[in-house]
Design a protein around this ligand. Sequence first.
Ligand code: ZN
Ligand code: ZN
Length: 96
Amino acid sequence: MATEPGNRCPICLDSWDDAAYVMPCVHRFCYRCILRWAETKPECPLCKRRVQSIVHSVRADDDFEEVVIGPSGLAPASAEKHVGGRPDMKTQSGSL
Ligand SMILES: [Zn+2]
Ligand SMILES: [Zn+2]
């Protein structure tokens, strides 16, 4: 009934744990949610704009933490894993 939009994280649909703001569009998500999102896709889930940084732990206008997101995302330490693909698979031909 009186659900206030904007009081829930659009990613986990839960209330804020640790609110974070995406720059420059200033959309709001949980810090953990948007951080995980930005690791795979550095764009805002709401407006699809490029995420330049994530501001969180805001205590005052000049007292906050900021995580800068590079052009290719957060670039987690683990390299990309290619799952699937079977190099040993035999190609059968000539059955037609
Ligand atoms: Zn969330
Ligand atoms: Zn946005």
